[in-house]
Structures are given as C-alpha cells and as structure tokens.
Design a protein around this ligand. Structure first.
Ligand code: GTP
Ligand code: SPV
Ligand code: MN
Length: 591
C-alpha cells in the first residue's frame, strides 16, 4: 500500500520483533472492515447487536482488570528527566524500549498484525497529522476506523515523508503488572502493552493527539488540548465558537452536544458540535486562534447518557457503534446502562457477562451495576444530529472563548471570567476537580488537574504553562477570553444545585455576551462573576437566592484554596513562570 521506506522499515522491525502469522494492511474499505467484524463475532471478541434496533452495532467486553486509563503506568520517555517534568512518570528511552520490546517479543505468534494508517484531522488538512498503529486486536482496528480517518488515502497523503507517528500496541496477556503506556516524544513513537482498553490502546487519541501532539505543539508553536469545541448559533444565524477543557468524565461530551432550553430554541439558539474531547489550535492568518477536532468519532461515557441528558449523543449511538462494558439485554439483544432509562432489563448480562437483573442493583455499591461506570460508546461523528458543518473542514473554527471547568462540590462559582489572558492561564494552571472512573484509582478525590491536561501533557508542565503565556502574547488582543465554570456545586444534602446539561446554555450565553461586551458582572478577587440577574432563569424552577448561593466567592474558602495552589505550585520549582507566581500573589492580596 506504500513505498515509503521509513514506514516499510519500521513495519519490518515490528514484524521481526513480534513474529505475527500474517500482516494485514487496513485499507479503509467497508469490505475489509466488515470481514473483520465477522471474524470478531466468530471469535467472541464482539457480540453483534439487534440489527433492526441497533444496525451495525456491537458489544465488546474488556477484562475486568482493564477498564480505564492507567495513569500510574503511563510514561513520558525523554532523554532528560526534566523534560517529562514533575507531573509525569519518566523513564530513559533506551531502558524503556528494551523493557517493552522484551515484553512484546514474539507476542503476535498465532495472530495477525494489523497495520492501520490513520489521519488525525481531515485528510490533507494543513492542521492534520498522520500516524500508523500496529496492533494485534481487531477491536482496536474497528475502534480506530470510527475514531480516526483510516486507510490507503492516508498513505497516499503521506507519500515519502517521514513526518508520522509510530504507534505500536501489543495485547500480550493483558497482565496489569506488565502494562505500560509509553510516549517517546523525541522519536514520535508510542508503545502500549498489556492493555486492550480505549485510551490505552486507541493510540491516535490520548497518546498521540494529546501527549505527543502537545510536545509537537510546544516545539512548533501550536496547542493540543483536552477540549471540546462547539459552535453557538444565535437567532441572527451568527455562530461563535467556544473550546472547553474539563477533566475526564466532567461533561465535555454533554456540553458539546447540548440542546438549549425550549424558550431559547424557540428564539433560534442552537448548538453545533465540532469536537467532544480534543482540540488542536493554531493562530490563523488573521491572528485569531483556530481549532480543529483531530478525531472522527466519539469515545463517550455511556452511564448517565439518555434522551433527556444528551439526546444527540444517544442518537449518535443508534447505528455503526461499538459499545464497551455496558450491559446486554438478552430479551431483545440491545444494550443498557445505568441512567439510560427507568426500565432496567429483567433478563440481562452485566458488563462482565454474568447474569443480572434489577433486584441485584444496590445504588451505593458500584460493583452491583449492570454497566461499568467507565463503560463507553464509540460512535461515528457523522451520526451526530448536531454535528457542525465545519467539522470536516480542515481550516478550523475561530475560538471566541476558552472555558475551564471541573467538579467542585464547594468553592468554585458556577461561572466567572478571568481578568486577562495571563489571569486565565493562572486559573487553568490551578484547576482542581474530583477524580472520576475514567482512570484507575480512587474516585471523588479533589486533585489539581491543570487545564484538564494532568494525565495528557507530554512534557514539563512548567514549560506548558510558559507555552500558554507565549501563545497569549502572540494572540494579543485577538486572544479568546478565558472563563471558568463549575456545574457541580452541591447543597448541604449533597445534591447538585445547578440543573446543568441543556441549562448550561444560560451560562454559555452570558459567556458569549461577555466576549461581546454585552453582559454585566461584578469584579471579585478571583475574576468577574455574573450578578444573579445576569443569568437568564426563564422557565427554570430556581430562585435568585439559590442562584446567588452558587455565584458567591467566599473569602475564607478562597484563602484556603490559594494556600493549596501555593502548595501545588511548589512542584514546578524554577519552571513555574514568574507571571503565575505574581498572579497567585495578586489573588492573595485581593482576598
Ligand atoms: P471524557 O470522555 O472522559 O473526557 O469525559 P467528558 O468530559 O466528555 O464527560 P461526559 O460529558 O461524558 O460527562 C460525564 C459525566 O458527567 C456523566 O455522568 C454526565 O451525566 C455528567 N455530567 C455532564 N454534564 C453535566 C452537568 O451539566 N451537570 C451534572 N450534574 N452532571 C453532568
Ligand atoms: C478520558 O479519560 O479523558 C477519555 C477516555 O476521554 S480515554 O480515551 O480512555 O482516555
Ligand atoms: Mn477525555
């Protein structure tokens, strides 16, 4: 499929290492993919779902010990340890290559080596980048064929160039003790062994489009971010684009596909989805910041997704979708997860494949759930009813606002605006959120997750902060305005105060109005916070006092927060930009 010598040499090296029975190049044709689906069904790797209700859809179950990203086994392998920085695990490249090759050696025996040429971003777009993933898993091939643009066209576009990312995946024994997810940013190389789960093995996603790409962006003057991209259309038909960084399972997919409240829909407001997880952003010819979504599908959280919470995501999963670790309804051969509807299947298999019925469910005990809390759907972007007409265009969309956010039961108000780009970078660098099931480890613990990139930044986070500041200098007065949101403030009983989901449109409207100088706000120690009357509560069962309770900035709470930020900043030593230290001092003085 290609004469590219660098590609052929590397594929041969990998072949020599893992000794496959055969090699199959993924050409992107429907015939080839359909044959692979049939094979996966025959071997039991995938279950074909009800063709009438869910055409072209499949269920896959991973091993119970392989259900999320593994941050403590994820490495950035740079020559100098300092280049990986204090927030990444580091290993010297030579040592790690040896360890991984020893683990993977001979592991494809009796298996097929699939070679997947893929493009992150529309093929041929000046913002797109090419990768080649080698894998022994059909599940990986079929997911990559949804999440990225794959096939012969990619190799045609690559030609003889050596500007591509090498991604090598070996399932091995799915042994968690020998599981490693390693990025070699200096070599444009990714190696992943002993996992078969999403973000660990769909190497175009977090490994390439964030860890490797963030490093490339640092070197080349652009940005790779853990951000959704949406277009907000107003009644005049004008569309303003917003990018938002929330940590894993904190609402990016939901915000990107949200349906505005009825009274706003009737006025003509609409949301268009450009991306739900990753944004690549560059300064365009007019000096503004332009973003593309490098992906071609959604690897979305299933639990909680329903007709009301995220109609567009649910619609996206109705055909040609792969479900991972959800429950199987045996009565009609469809899927189910907690929060899909109020009718759990009476006769089901839970995500591990054991018999399940609703009487087994205990709310407080996640191990009794039918679907794994981090179960996911892999759905083609073209399925999404609100996919933006700009989605497939290579030029990208101009970003008016950047939004940071996370899960904070207390402290952070519903929304506030930074006082400047520099102040916005400070807010992003100090972001914190309660952990979720998207990564292995404890859930619900508050941790600092700068720009939602803690698990995804491919270099020293101090340099990353510096890069953000430099981008702001280059953008000057054309820089997007920076905001912070928190949909997750709770009351004394632990209930979410803000209704969230579609009602987040009310907050987005304030944000866009602020960008255009049309909305009011109060200046506080942390930034500009709307007055309660600045957020439109039409048709919402919420009084002003309640709204005010999630807009307040409590000095005592924030003094503690500032002390924690100071502690967090210590990690970065000399790499912490002086501007950010100054921002922290200003915050403390303001408080
Ligand atoms: P990754 O794909 O892991 O990067 O996650 P994501 O940021 O796309 O998260 P997603 O939109 O899938 O949301 C995950 C969880 O957050 C689901 O359980 C949602 O129900 C919940 N959620 C999303 N938006 C809101 C909101 O506005 N309010 C509340 N209370 N919950 C929300
Ligand atoms: C996340 O964890 O942020 C995800 C899912 O989007 S994964 O692809 O597994 O990283
Ligand atoms: Mn994500």
């Amino acid at each position: 499929m290609t004469n590219n010598k660098n590609v052929l040499t590397w594929i041969n090296e990998m072949k020599e290492l893992v000794k496959p029975d055969q090699v199959m190049w993924i050409d992107g044709s429907e015939e080839q993919l359909e044959a692979l689906r049939a094979t996966a069904v025959k071997t039991g790797e995938m279950i074909k779902l009800n063709e009438e209700l869910l055409p072209g859809c499949y269920l896959h179950r991973t091993r119970p010990n392989d259900v999320a990203r593994v941050e403590d086994r994820t490495f950035i392998c740079t020559t100098k340890e300092e280049d990986a920085g204090p927030t990444n695990h580091w290993c010297a490249p030579a040592e790690m290559y040896k360890k991984l090759y020893d683990i993977a050696r001979g592991s494809y025996q009796g298996r097929t080596m699939y070679v997947i040429p893929f493009s992150m971003g529309p093929i041929g777009s000046p913002l797109a980048k090419i990768g080649i993933e080698v894998t022994d898993s059909i599940y990986v091939v079929l997911n990559m064929a949804i999440m990225t643009r794959v096939g012969a066209k990619v190799l045609d576009t690559l030609g003889d160039s050596n500007d591509w990312v090498r991604g090598f995946h070996a399932s091995c024994d799915i042994d968690p003790e020998k599981r490693y997810i390693c990025q070699f940013p200096e070599d444009n190389t990714i190696i992943s062994v002993n996992s078969a789960y999403g973000g660990n093995v769909l190497l175009g996603k977090k490994c390439f489009a964030l860890r490797i790409a963030s490093y490339q962006g640092w070197k080349e003057g652009w940005m790779a971010e853990h951000m959704l991209i949406l277009g907000l259309e107003n009644p005049k038909g004008e569309v303003k684009y917003v990018a938002a960084a929330f940590p894993s399972a904190c609402g990016k997919t939901n915000l990107a596909m949200m349906i505005p409240p009825k009274y706003l829909r009737e006025k003509g407001y609409k949301i268009w989805t450009v991306g739900d997880d990753i944004a690549w952003m560059r300064i365009g010819p007019d000096g503004r910041l332009y973003a593309i979504n490098p992906e071609n599908g959604f690897f979305g959280v299933a639990p909680g997704t329903n007709e009301k919470s995220n109609y567009n995501a649910l619609e996206s999963t109705k055909k040609n979708t792969i479900f991972t670790n959800v429950a199987l309804n045996l009565d009609n051969n469809t899927v189910w997860w907690e929060g899909l509807d109020k009718n759990p299947p009476e006769n089901a298999l839970e995500w591990k494949g054991n018999p399940w019925n609703p009487s087994m469910f205990v709310k407080a005990d996640k191990s009794t759930y039918a679907a794994h809390p981090n179960s996911r759907f892999t759905a083609p972007a073209v399925n999404c009813p609100c996919i933006s007409s700009e989605f497939d265009k290579g030029a990208g969309v101009p970003i008016s606002a950047i939004i940071f956010g996370g899960r904070r039961a207390k402290c952070t108000p519903l929304v506030y605006q930074s006082k400047s780009w520099e102040n916005g970078v400070f807010i992003g660098s100090a972001m914190a959120s309660e952990t979720t099931a998207a990564a292995a480890g404890a859930v619900g613990v508050v941790r600092r997750d700068p720009m939602a990139m803690l698990p995804f930044c491919g270099y020293n986070m101090g340099d990353y902060f510096r890069h953000w500041l430099e981008m702001g200098e280059k953008l000057g007065d054309k820089a997007p305005k920076i905001f912070n949101v928190n949909w997750f403030r709770t009351d004394d009983e632990g209930n979410f105060v803000w209704p969230g989901f579609g009602d987040n449109m009310r907050v987005l409207n304030w944000i866009i109005d602020r960008c255009e100088g049309k909305a009011d706000a109060t200046e506080t120690a942390i930034g500009y916070v709307p007055k309660p009357e600045d957020i439109d509560l039409t048709d919402l069962d919420m009084d002003m006092e309640t709204l005010e309770s999630i807009l307040t900035v409590d000095s005592e709470t924030w003094k503690k927060e500032a002390a924690e930020i100071e502690e967090h900043y210590k990690k970065f030593g000399d790499k912490l930009p002086a501007e950010l230290r100054k921002q922290l001092e200003t915050l403390k003085a303001n408080l």
